[in-house]
Design a protein around this ligand. Structure first.
Ligand code: HEM
Length: 665
């Protein structure tokens, strides 16, 4: 520590404590065998990665048999909701499996494990994984979209089922509303009854279909127990049943409509605007969905009334038409304004409109909507021409055939109005398609990176108090940073550039792939590519670090096993080790062990070594590999007998450098 500069408050104390602890830690690390406790060797899904389809089981493999305390394995979703698991320990005692009772939905998960090792010590740790469309492939996740397929694609079945729900709501609510208004205007003239019951049953069919899509009955019942889509759809189904029952009695129409309004509220809670902007977004959807439903349902009911009254009560037709027309403009405004606000908040950039399926599907909806407007204008013009507003007739005049309106004339507007209704239904179906895709803004951002494909290089470096590891694979770079965990929230910022082999320099276009994780496209050049990263870890010291990526990565199989046997047969191995974590003084330590003792202290001898790659440069052989479950990265310089001559191990909190000597036997 430089004399005279005193960092403030608790941080000064943390640093002082760490300073005092370093010598003790390095002694402990160097002398004691490295792996006294059981260690997680591999996990499936891989720690920190996403899988694009829900895993049937979560599997943890430890380096030794373990026994299980209570709650040995938990899986929580992004909202902290614990997933029901059946936990099994395999006969080998080292493999722990968790079988989710219900299919895991799209999203991020945290796995917590607690096991007891042979030494009786309990170890507990966590890691994350994701079920989602990987970053870089497409953007999407679909908590509220309800489907379990690829959230970037329009879900066909979900679209049809949700279309049934919306059209059902429109027929029921829109019909009931217009019937009520026309009733008032005509003093209760008998005519077509609103499709309250049919609409409710149609909507119910849609909701039951959506529920069935969530899994088997036991799975659905499990999911209903927790807040989420399953519970919401179940509530909607119950409300729609009640609405259909109440609608059987005309006198209970208002009650049925009340149940349906509750369904609209629940839909607003599920919809993306509500997910993105809370109450304000949900409020927009209530008005949007209701206005759209009253528009479509009202138009259909007007057509039905017209069909029934056209010959017998043409004046009543005019009342219905004018009642509808008076509302239609207001409904159009409400739908357009609320829809536009939702659209603009969900799709802030032009690229979101043209570059994502969600945006493109909404554009299709808007194109259909424009068509509706053209036809609607035509209908209004014709309505006005046919039913010149001469003031509403008195109820007793309604049944009198109007000399002014020959019976066939309403056809002039009812035909295009039929087209308008059909187009509006198409808009509603397009709306259903939009809701089945997830807007980019709502992608669950944590752990949305699939495991690298093909030859992969894993290297790491320690930059002062932070460890930085990179995974280079075909066309992709993945960077993760680890800083000391003092229990306080921490946001690490990272930017960088790459100097490709051959000298071309490029800035790195990195996107987040979860906490302290970044990824971006890099077309590696053959040779050594230098990745330099600027790391800002707030209260922890970091800075610029440069890591070489030798490309192409040449996977090597069997070499680590040869190293293990070359080292294991040594009668004596001298080790000079330096452990640093970026907190002040580094104390090298030395030891002499037999080959077997050496191997017992190496975490990689228990398996789990991933992506072993051999670099042969300037006559030197360097073996690189990682233990991703532990976050350990190894770079071993080997001699021609596969003995380790020197080694750099980067762990989440330390850099260990070791030089080995082999005294004659
Ligand atoms: C300017 C015209 C319109 C725009 C910009 C617009 C925009 C939107 C947006 C952004 C959503 C949210 C989708 C989601 O949850 O991801 C939505 C939902 C919806 N829109 Fe529109 N819309 C328009 C017109 C209409 C019309 C004319 C109708 C029907 C008559 C309609 C019916 C619906 C329905 C039923 C939903 C689903 C609500 C839900 O998720 O519960 N929209 N609209």
């Amino acid at each position: 520590m430089i004399a005279g500069r005193r960092p403030a408050g608790a941080l000064w104390l943390v640093r002082l404590l760490v300073l005092m602890l370093v010598p003790v830690v390095s002694l402990l690390v160097s002398s004691a065998p490295a792996q006294a406790h059981p260690a997680l060797v591999t996990s499936s899904p891989g720690a920190g990665y996403a899988v694009t389809s829900a895993p049937r089981e979560i599997v943890l493999t430890f380096n030794e048999p373990v026994s299980l305390p209570d709650r040995p394995l938990t899986v929580r979703d992004a909202d902290g909701v614990q997933q029901t698991l059946r936990v099994v320990l395999d006969a080998d005692g080292a493999t722990l499996r968790g079988v989710p009772a219900a299919k895991l939905a799209i999203g991020a998960y945290e796995v917590g494990y607690r096991v007891i090792g042979r030494d009786g010590d309990l170890i507990a740790d966590t890691f994350t994984f994701g079920v989602a469309t990987p970053v870089g492939a497409v953007s999407g996740g679909n908590g509220s979209s309800g489907g379990v397929g690829n959230p970037e694609q329009v879900q066909g079945l979900t679209t049809v089922l949700r279309g049934l729900l919306f059209v059902g709501l429109a027929l029921a609510l829109g019909g009931a509303y217009l019937a009520w208004r026309v009733d008032e205007a005509t003093g209760g003239l008998p005519g077509a009854r609103p499709l309250l019951r049919t609409g409710s049953l149609l909507a119910l069919l849609g909701v039951i279909g959506l529920l069935a899509g969530l899994g088997s009955l036991p799975e659905i019942l499990d999911r209903v127990a927790a807040p989420g889509v399953a519970r919401l759809l179940t509530a909607e189904a119950l409300l729609l049943c009640l609405a259909a029952l109440a609608a059987r009695r005309p006198c209970r129409g208002a009650l049925a409509a009340a149940f349906l309004l509750c369904v609209v509220l629940l839909e607003a809670l599920r919809a993306h605007p509500g997910e993105a902007d809370g109450v304000a977004g949900a409020g927009l959807t209530v008005v949007h969905l209701l206005a759209g439903a009253l528009w479509l349902g009202g138009l259909v009911h007007t057509l039905r009334l017209t069909a029934g009254w056209r010959t017998s009560k043409p004046r009543a037709v005019r009342v219905a038409v004018e009642t509808y027309a008076r509302n239609a403009f207001v409904l159009f405004l409400l739908v357009a304004v609320t829809g536009t606000i939702s659209a603009v908040t969900l799709l802030p950039s032009l690229a979101d409109w043209t570059g994502t399926t969600y945006g493109r599907t909404l554009l299709v909806k808007l194109a259909l909507f424009a068509l509706v407007l053209v036809v609607a204008l035509l209908v209004r013009t014709r309505m006005r021409r046919v039913h010149r507003p001469v003031g509403l007739p008195a109820p007793h005049e309604l049944a009198v055939p109007a000399a002014t309106v020959p019976a066939h004339e309403p056809r002039q507007w009812s035909r295009p109005a039929g087209v308008e209704a059909a187009l509006l239904a198409a808009v509603v179906l397009a709306a259903a398609a939009v809701t089945s895709v997830t807007p980019t803004r709502l992608v669950p951002v944590s752990s949305l990176l699939t495991a690298p494909i093909g030859p992969t290089l894993r290297v790491a470096e320690r930059v002062r108090q932070v460890s930085v590891s990179i995974v280079a694979s075909q066309g992709r770079l993945e960077v993760r940073a680890d800083a000391p965990d003092d229990g306080e929230p921490l946001t690490i910022d990272l930017t960088g550039q790459v100097r490709l082999a051959g000298g071309v320099e490029r800035g790195l276009d990195l996107t987040s792939c979860g906490e302290s994780c970044w990824t971006g496209p890099v077309e590696w050049a053959t040779g050594v590519n230098a990745v330099s990263l600027d790391v800002d870890a707030q209260r922890w010291e970091a800075g610029r670090v440069s890591i070489g990526v030798s490309w192409p990565a040449v996977p090597t199989t069997g070499l680590l096993a040869r190293v293990q046997s070359a080292m294991g047969t040594r009668s004596a191995i001298d080790t000079v080790e330096t452990v640093t974590s970026g907190f002040g003084i580094v104390l090298p330590s030395s030891s002499r062990r037999t080959g077997q003792e050496f191997l017992e202290s190496q975490p990689w001898t228990e398996g789990g070594a991933t992506d072993a790659v051999l670099l042969e440069e300037a006559g030197q052989r360097t073996l690189l590999f990682a233990l991703p479950a532990l976050g350990y990265h190894f770079a071993m310089r080997l001699d021609s007998q596969d003995r380790v001559m020197s080694e750099r191990i980067v762990t989440p909190n330390h850099l260990l450098t070791r030089d080995y000597g082999y005294p004659p036997a």
